[in-house]
Design a binder for this molecule. Structure first.
Ligand code: SF4
Length: 76
């Protein structure tokens, strides 16, 4: 049961796709929690590299305006 290792599989359902049943190892969106966390960090690093106005727009649109999400993002 590969879906049990997917970050999106909770309470017997997929929380990110509108599928009736998890597609398991055939799913192109499968990621472990560690992979999903790393992808999230990469996204935050990229957002953090943008100008303040663009950052605010993206955080407002996709993250409920929580600019604090960028507080602990490493700068590379
Ligand atoms: S493998 Fe695909 S369908 Fe299954 S929980 Fe993960 S993202 Fe959803």
């Amino acid at each position: 049961m590969i879906e049990k290792h997917c970050f999106a599989f909770r309470h017997g359902k997929c929380k990110v796709l509108t599928v009736k049943k998890c597609e398991g190892d055939k799913c192109p969106f499968f990621k472990t929690k560690a992979q999903a966390d790393e992808d999230q960090k990469k996204a935050f690093r990229r957002i953090n590299s943008l100008d303040l106005s663009t950052k605010r727009n993206i955080i407002s649109l996709y993250y409920g305006g929580k600019m604090s999400l960028l507080d602990d993002v490493e700068v590379r």
